[in-house]
Every structure is written in structure tokens, then in C-alpha cells.
Ligand binder design. Structure first.
Ligand code: PEP
Length: 253
């Protein structure tokens, strides 16, 4: 039985004061359910403070990106070991904003995934198609290419310590959510692709959906058999919105 994960990607939002209030709100209302893990991914400068605030709780910490390098002359970058050092367990890799705005190639994403795991982090590998790709019938092809770039270099066995997030680019921050059926189709496809390599891994790997998930659509999405929770952007910035999504998952657990 796979657990749900509800992960908040705060993107480039927040301040010390706002984060304190947000974390306090989440901690005060977190569902007491063994079937849901809650994760927050604040911006880099706030990770260490967030780690202090959540210490001793069930709330988990992740970063939004990571360098593929261990250390050295990479100005502005953050090494995987540094994220571990400040208390991160997870890191997003290949978020569509990183791919589109910062030119992260499939190979760079694969290198980040490998580097993250080498440091003991759990990568949340984000894959997903643009609107144009969906409309031209290329959704599965795009998702396969993004997934296979990682599986070819890291190996399917590494999914034991990873999470996949299906995030159709056209649904991120747009208010347009994939219908539960549209999302389920792609999740099922991803599980089938993994299953062609390793059946056990396919049934164990958690696949999150991301793209305008809110309190009022979460239950429909999470109720689908291959959707194991959500990666949440906008609705992770208010504790009551984030908790509504977490509670939807807990109610299904
Ligand atoms: C995201 O940034 O990963 C995301 C899914 O954002 P939103 O929920 O705002 O669409």
C-alpha cells in the first residue's frame, strides 16, 4: 500500500516572518494520519530556519533544486550534501520552471537526480508535457523521454529512493487542472513504463500529480488508483489551503 505525499513547492515566495506563520499553521493543523507525508520546499535561504521550526514534527523538508556537482567553483549553486547538512530529506529535480526558464536539459536533470541520491536525498523527479505537446498527441512521448533520461543513467532500481511527479506544464499556476481521468491516464502510463523494467518498482513508486491542485479538486485526483498525492504550488502558500489538500489525502488513506 503506497502512502500519499502532499508536497508544497513554495517557489520564490516568503520571508522569515511569513514562513514562520505558514509553518506554525501547518504544524497546528496537520492531519494525524500515518497514510500521508507532508513536505514543504521553501526557498534555499530559509531551509535551515525551516528545519529548526519543524524539528520533532512529522513535517518533512525539501529543496526546490540542487547542483549536480559535489563542491567547487560553481558560483550560486547548492551541493546535495549542503541540503542534507541543513536537514533536507527531499529535493525537486526537473521542475518544468527549471527546465523552461533555466535551460535544464534532460541530461542535467538526470545528473541532479543521481547526485541527490548519492548524498542521501530523495529526488522528486518532475515530468510533464506542454499544452502544444498535449494537443499534438505527444504527452506520452515527452513523459517517456524525460523519465527514460533518468532511468537510463540511474537505473530503475533507484526509484526505490525517489518519487515521480507528473506535472502537465499547462496546468501549473494556470488554474487549469488536469481532470482526474486525464491525470490517471498519464500516471497509469508512467507506472506501465516503469513496470516494463521492474514490476515491483512500478507498484511501489509514488507518483504525485501537480498542476493547480486545490482543496476542492484534491479528493477527485487522489481518489484515482495511480495518483499518490500532489505537488502543490500556489495552494501551498496558505496553511488552510495546504491543509485542505492534506486532509483530502488523509480522508482517503
Ligand atoms: C508547481 O509549481 O509544481 C505547481 C503544481 O504549481 P500550482 O499548484 O500553482 O499549479
Amino acid at each position: 500500500m503506497r502512502k500519499f505525499i502532499v508536497a508544497g513547492n513554495w517557489k520564490m515566495n516568503g520571508s522569515l516572518a511569513a514562513n514562520d506563520a505558514l509553518i506554525a499553521g501547518i504544524l497546528a493543523g496537520m492531519p494525524d494520519s500515518e497514510n500521508v507525508d507532508l513536505l514543504i520546499c521553501p526557498p534555499m535561504p530559509y531551509l535551515a530556519t525551516a528545519a529548526d521550526k519543524i524539528a520533532g514534527s512529522r513535517l518533512k523538508l525539501g529543496a526546490q533544486t540542487v547542483s549536480e556537482h559535489e563542491s567547487g567553483a560553481y558560483t550560486g549553486e547548492t551541493a546535495p550534501s549542503m541540503l542534507r547538512d541543513v536537514g533536507c530529506e527531499f529535493v525537486l529535480v526537473g521542475h518544468s520552471e527549471r527546465r523552461a526558464l533555466y535551460g535544464e536539459s534532460a541530461q542535467a536533470v538526470a545528473a541532479k537526480y543521481v547526485a541527490a541520491q548519492s548524498a542521501g536525498l530523495i529526488p522528486v523527479l518532475c515530468v510533464g508535457e506542454s499544452l502544444e505537446e498535449r494537443e499534438s498527441g505527444k504527452t506520452e512521448q515527452v513523459v517517456d523521454e524525460q523519465l527514460n533520461a533518468v532511468l537510463d543513467s540511474a537505473g530503475v532500481a533507484t526509484l526505490a529512493n525517489a518519487v515521480i511527479a507528473y506535472e502537465p506544464v499547462w496546468a501549473i499556476g494556470t488554474g487549469k487542472t488536469a481532470s482526474p481521468e486525464q491525470a490517471q491516464d498519464v500516471h497509469e502510463h508512467i507506472r506501465r513504463v516503469v513496470g516494463e523494467l521492474d514490476e515491483t518498482m512500478a507498484s511501489a513508486v509514488q507518483i504525485l500529480y501537480g498542476g493547480s491542485v486545490k482543496g476542492d479538486n484534491a479528493a477527485g485526483l487522489f481518489g484515482k488508483p495511480d495518483i499518490d498525492g500532489g505537488l502543490i504550488g500556489g495552494a501551498s502558500l496558505k496553511s488552510e489551503d495546504f491543509l485542505a489538500i492534506a486532509n483530502a489525502a488523509a480522508a482517503l488513506g
